[in-house]
Write a protein that binds this ligand. Structure first.
Ligand SMILES: Cc1cc2nc3c(=O)[nH]c(=O)nc-3n(C[C@H](O)[C@H](O)[C@H](O)COP(=O)(O)OP(=O)(O)OC[C@H]3O[C@@H](n4cnc5c(N)ncnc54)[C@H](O)[C@@H]3O)c2cc1C
Length: 436
């Protein structure tokens, strides 16, 4: 049997995927299952994920069910009863969304799970396929293409050529530089997150729910993962230190100070968060095309978004499914024209949907984080006036509702950036460098 770092097939792959995160690995799995030969190049020495949780909404689990991955991850997941929104300052419950009925309404469950559990399941399933080759210690330095194929050149000089190359290399993608010249957009918010054993968390937590507490310039999300063994928490706040232009911003001291005035359950939750790592939050402006001839993008490389709709990883899974559908439909030889048509169809399926999620995600964060006074009073009034069986805020995203063929439009159209000239393409500049 081949080991992880051996090429299973010496001939060139049809698809070279740069990046083995959730997006790259899931795409490889779906492509591989469709009989398409794929090589994944991952820069890290091991495939792995952050030790934190992930929410997957019905629009994602429906698709995971179709491609046979859902049954593998369901035993490791939790299906929460409710998504509960509370005011982090007063502790008042504002509204909730019934999640237990998600499967009935949208055809897929709302699940929460540990990132590593999902990633491991995907890696194991991909590794079992003869069509998929997974390589670690394969950091890609640059990519290039000609009329016969597209190649990734690693930092140690190896060249991997395929008919097509997919950049799934995340927020700071180097492949994206082939498509557009742009920068990451720092939000000035920072996240602290992690999953800890249940016994290390306060006793009064509502373990069957996803709990969201929002306060002025901050929020806290909590939910159980790994079939209820671990409790995941994410605290996100707007850093005053960032606004002051400090180089070292979003520090643990700032975390403690920011949450100190919140209600007791929120204050009690903060000490359980790890302090070693923190994640400065950035996204990208939506772009209209992810493709240049034989090179395309997927996941955060294509549409990095702020996490307020909990959709980034999920959208990358949808990308992989759409890419697989359209590449599988190529009848005959993978000529440049055939690939171009498949990628055009891939973009038609995915670009606008992902761009809307990026745009609405930013707005959703603005609503969560309003300041005290009139904005907070208004937000809380609107949230608490909502009927709990009113799904109009999420039908556009989680739909279509079972029995219907279409989803309503997103609450706002995608706010596309002007795409840069590919001729000027270069590595995007990291505008959000901060110690983490
Ligand atoms: C706080 C927080 C909470 C979130 N919560 C959710 C949630 O609940 N639900 C959800 O769906 N999404 C959520 N997201 C978003 C989600 O984490 C991302 O959208 C998702 O992980 C993106 O996956 P990806 O594979 O596209 O990119 P990444 O996970 O960034 O993977 C990219 C991979 O490429 C590799 N790589 C990078 N450069 C190179 C190179 N040059 N050569 C080779 N390999 C390279 C990296 O090592 C990495 O393994 C959240 C994000 C944050 C920050």
């Amino acid at each position: 049997m081949s080991t992880q770092n051996e090429l299973k097939d010496e001939s060139r792959s049809q698809v070279v995927v740069v990046g083995g995160g959730i997006g790259g690995i899931s795409a490889a799995l779906m492509l591989g299952r469709a009989g398409i030969r794929v090589t994944v190049l991952e820069s890290a020495p091991e495939f792995g994920e952050v030790g934190a949780g992930l929410q997957l909404a019905p629009n994602i689990t429906r698709m995971l069910d179709e491609v046979g991955v859902l049954e593998q991850i369901l035993p490791l997941s939790v299906v929460p009863n409710r998504l509960v929104f509370r005011n982090a300052k007063t502790g008042a419950e504002l509204t909730h969304l019934d999640l237990a009925d998600a499967k009935e309404r949208y055809g897929g469950p709302y699940i929460v799970l540990h990132r590593s559990d999902l990633h491991h399941a995907l890696v194991d399933a991909a590794r079992a396929l003869d069509t998929v080759t997974l390589l670690t210690n394969a950091g890609v330095e640059r990519v290039e293409q000609d009329q016969d194929g597209a190649s990734a050149i690693t930092t140690d000089g190896r060249v991997f050529t395929g008919d097509l190359l997919v950049g799934a290399d995340g927020l700071r993608s180097i492949v994206r530089g082939e498509i557009v010249t742009d920068e990451t957009v720092p939000s000035g918010y920072v996240a602290y997150r992690g999953a800890v054993p249940l016994e290390n968390t306060p006793a009064h937590l509502a373990l069957d729910d996803v709990n969201v507490w929002f306060g002025p310039g901050l929020h806290l999300v909590q939910y159980p993962v790994r079939a209820g063994e671990l409790y995941n928490q994410v605290a996100v706040f707007r850093s005053k230190e960032f606004l002051e232009g400090k180089e070292d911003w979003g520090t643990p001291e700032e975390l403690d100070a920011t949450y100190a005035d919140m209600c007791e359950p929120v204050v009690e939750a903060i000490p359980a968060l790890g302090r070693i790592n923190r994640w400065p939050m950035s996204d990208r402006e939506p772009i209209r095309t992810w493709t240049d001839r034989r090179i395309t993008l997927l996941g955060d490389a294509a549409h990095a978004m702020l996490q307020y709709l909990a959709q980034g990883a999920g959208q990358s899974l949808l990308d992989g499914a759409a890419l697989t559908t359209h590449l599988s439909a190529i009848d005959g030889e993978w000529t440049g024209d055939a690939i171009a048509r498949a990628l055009e169809a891939y973009e038609a399926d995915r670009v606008e949907a992902a761009a809307a999620t990026q745009t609405v995600g930013r707005m959703w964060g603005d609503i969560w984080h309003v300041e005290e006074g009139a904005p907070m009073l208004l937000r809380d009034h609107i949230f608490s006036s909502r009927e709990v069986d009113d799904y109009s805020l999420v039908d556009w995203l989680y739909g279509p509702v079972v029995g219907e063929s279409d989803r309503p439009p997103a609450p706002m159209p995608p706010a596309y950036a002007d795409a840069g000239d590919p001729a000027d393409a270069g590595s995007p500049v990291d505008a959000d460098q901060a110690p983490a």
